[in-house]
Design a protein around this ligand. Structure first.
Ligand SMILES: Nc1nc2c(ncn2[C@@H]2O[C@H](COP(=O)(O)OP(=O)(O)OP(=O)(O)O)[C@@H](O)[C@H]2O)c(=O)[nH]1
Length: 298
């Protein structure tokens, strides 16, 4: 159900055909194994990976001992290279200061007070680190991002969008009247419904969007480069897809609906907390106005 008159759709969004996200086999990567940013990682290929304190770094280590642009890592043919970017605390490779060097599997890179480990794509540890990364960042039930990872990503995306004056929108998605579903069919069947909804969320997002389960029956989607109208188009398609889907908790066909609140980055909502509060207020309105609808916070 719409509560807006004729929102214009400004962005073409793509339906993906596969189910919940699974990471592709990994390339080489750097993983923070000690200090601030522990567990953070970045894949390394020919594009230069920036490591630093900046929110815009590919591997952001938010600690004062780390320069905003500390070092960069990249693949050059068969070699993996690292270069210090004039950091105040010079980058160290296996404890020796460097301006530039070649990385070998298992090398330790000291960045301020944090230590990174370089894992080559052939390393036997690659799968282990991949598994740890998945456990730390994904929601076990739905395989979407977990709340913590979503909030971290959102912090970065908000900073990036504010800095470059780019649009950014977010949706908070809440399952309508889910308690009666649980009460009638049990939590296991309820979980299956949540998985099916997560699958629909995943199918409707673009590659660059960040989708997460942020609460029991609450999901969030962050949409970089989207204003509220474009987000509305996405949200409305998702709402309609859920409303049209057949769920079979306890083997009984049942319709389930969702309500969605949308907010976009604006001078009034220019922080992570502000944007989330605005989307939450819109969601509240969607519930108040009868559920199964999309509302935009103005
Ligand atoms: N199966 C399952 N249920 C959950 C999970 N997390 C929260 N819930 C349930 O989700 C339900 C949420 O209920 P309420 O917050 O009362 O809201 P609602 O019934 O969805 O109603 P409205 O949000 O007002 O439309 C509760 O029954 C929770 O137990 C979960 O991980 N799995």
């Amino acid at each position: 159900m719409d509560n807006r008159n004729g929102p214009s759709e400004t962005t073409q969004r793509t339906l993906l055909s596969d189910g919940p996200h699974r990471a592709a086999p990994r390339s080489a990567c750097v993983v923070v194994i000690h200090g601030a940013g522990l567990g953070g990682r970045a894949d390394v290929d020919t594009a230069r990976v920036l490591v630093g304190r900046s929110q815009e770094a590919d591997l952001c280590i938010a600690h004062k001992s780390v320069s905003r642009e500390h070092c960069q890592v990249w693949r050059d043919g068969d070699e993996y290279r690292i270069r210090d970017l004039g950091a105040t605390n010079t980058t160290r490779l296996n404890d020796a200061p460097i301006t530039e060097g070649t990385l070998a599997d298992g090398d330790h890179v000291t960045v301020g007070e944090s230590i990174l480990k370089f894992i080559s794509h052939t390393s036997v540890e690659a799968n282990y680190h991949e598994e740890i990364y998945q456990l730390a960042t994904r929601d076990a039930l739905t395989d979407l991002c977990n709340r913590r990872h979503f909030l971290e990503q959102m912090e970065r995306e908000v900073a990036r969008a504010v800095r470059h004056g780019r649009p950014l929108a977010m949706c908070i998605v809440d399952v309508d009247l889910f308690k009666p579903v649980n009460d009638r069919y049990g939590h296991i069947s309820g979980d299956e419904v949540l998985r099916q909804i997560a699958d629909l969320v995943h199918r409707h997002v673009r590659h660059d969007d960040i989708a997460a389960r942020i609460g029991g029956e609450e999901f969030a989607v962050l949409l970089p480069e989207c204003d509220a109208n474009a987000a509305y188009g996405f949200a409305e398609r998702l709402r309609a897809a859920v409303a049209a889907a057949t769920f079979t908790p306890g083997g009984e066909p049942r319709r389930i609906t969702i309500s969605i609140g949308i907010a976009e980055l604006s001078p009034a909502h220019d922080s992570r907390a502000g944007l989330m509060a605005a989307a939450d207020a819109a969601l509240y309105r969607a519930k108040e106005e009868g559920r199964n609808r999309v509302c935009i916070e103005s």
